[in-house]
Write a protein that binds this ligand. Structure first.
Ligand SMILES: *Cc1c(COP(=O)(O)O)cnc(C)c1O
Length: 403
């Protein structure tokens, strides 16, 4: 038996080098606090990249997981199961959706969405209607199809040939979409708030314009809410905030609160194009994942929780603005709810990682969204005292960087 102590350096010996994880190894979490191997404590404003929506070791989620773990773990889709059906019913009751497909990640939920958009167009309008319009700087996952629809060419480099029929327009620029759309377009795919691309919210006019263009050209409007959904904005889904309803919506990240699950939501009419045998997933709709996600959705969708997100957002945004002003590090703090981005000023361009490392040294975990944006995506129920403590620690980090 291997009794070697597990240390960060082991990563380089045994893992594929596609990640560059931080220096510490966290071993335990509770709420918005995390402890590493040496017992050092951190405030978590990263939330596992907008995933741990109810913090770490939330008693309700632990209860849901343990309860289901004693009953039934897995069946595959040869049988359906109670947690999956209950969760699908809840998602249909709370959103525009009438049908749900379960996957295990955001990338897979998007893969299903894009395949459905093509299949629907193929069935109703013919094989020529297969083009997808998406946006520069967008992020939709790492499968070959989703990385091709995504708008960051560096993620596709060396993996070509990419699937065809994909065009990229400029985010928040309707004219660039008008120039590309035609009756061959089957779908427009957009993040209502670009996450990885730098916490960039779509404007109201832009999303409304996309809705109108889709209607005019019989194309489906796909909202990728993998990062901005499940309460992040202070609304269960961001489309509600805009009052613009998509035809297909993908959701993941916070949906499982840390347990892997993704879902694609759509209408009954569109869903019909994924007939028996056209698509699938062995783990999709797994009872453990669905039981946990049920608890997440039941909790996050409560009006007082959603309202609390807006209050926490104001507090965190004000603190970040204050630090930005005092040290001249942010040109703006943008985003919605608890998905915020501090945009680095000219003098700090390309230095987001230095802020991350400095913050970790001071005991607060933050994220970057590209090299120029400090991203915050904490638990949606982070205590206000933890927000204050995180800001104090972050300010110490910024002060050190500036000195
Ligand atoms: C994270 C993310 C994805 C990919 O999700 P995975 O679970 O990593 O596959 C897709 N779209 C958006 C907007 C994301 O933020």
């Amino acid at each position: 038996m291997n009794r070697e102590p597990v240390s960060r350096s082991l990563f380089d010996d045994v893992m594929v080098p596609n990640y560059a994880p931080g220096k510490i190894i966290p071993v335990r979490g509770e709420g918005s606090r995390i402890w590493d191997q040496d017992g050092r404590e951190y405030v978590d404003l990263a939330g596992g990249i907008a995933v741990t929506a109810l913090g770490h070791a939330h008693p309700g989620l632990v209860g849901a997981l343990v309860d289901q773990a004693g009953k039934l773990w897995h069946l595959s889709n040869v049988m359906t199961n109670e947690p999956a059906l209950k969760l699908a019913k809840t998602l249909c009751d709370l959103t525009f959706a009438e049908r749900v497909f379960f996957a295990n990640s955001g990338g897979e939920a998007n893969e299903a969405a894009f395949k459905l958009a093509r299949r629907y167009a193929w069935e109703h309008f013919g094989p020529e209607k297969n083009e997808i319009i998406s946006f520069r700087n967008s992020f939709h996952g790492r499968t070959l199809f989703t990385v091709s629809v995504g708008g960051q060419p560096k993620y596709l480099e060396g993996f070509e040939p990419a699937p065809g029929g994909i065009h990229h327009a400029d985010f928040n620029d309707l004219a660039s979409v008008e120039a590309l759309i035609s009756d061959k377009t089957c779908a427009i795919v957009v993040e209502p708030i670009q996450g990885e691309g730098g916490i960039m919210p779509a404007t109201q006019e832009f999303l409304q314009g996309l809705r109108d263009l889709c209607d005019k050209h019989n194309a489906l409007l796909v909202f990728d809410e993998v990062q901005c959904g499940v309460g992040r904005t202070g609304h269960l889904y961001a489309y509600e905030m805009y009052g613009i309803t998509p035809d297909i919506l993908s959701t993941a990240k916070s949906l499982g609160g840390g347990f892997p699950i993704g879902a694609m939501l759509t209408t009954a009419k569109i869903a019909a194009s994924l007939a028996v045998g056209t698509h699938g997933s062995t783990y999709g709709g797994n009872p453990l994942a669905c039981a946990v996600a049920q608890k997440v959705i039941d909790t996050v969708s409560q009006p007082d929780i959603l309202k609390g997100i807006r209050g926490r957002s104001d507090r965190l945004r004000a603190g970040m603005n204050d630090i930005g002003q005092r040290y001249g590090v942010f040109s703006e703090v943008r985003g919605e709810g608890l998905l915020l981005g501090g945009v680095l000023t000219e003098a700090w361009q390309g230095k987001a990682r230095e802020f991350l490392n400095a913050a970790l040294e001071e005991g607060v975990m933050v994220l970057m969204a590209g090299p120029n944006v400090i991203r915050l995506a904490p638990s949606l129920i982070i205590p206000e005292s933890d927000i204050d403590e995180a800001l104090t620690r972050f300010e110490r980090a910024v002060k050190k960087l500036c000195s």
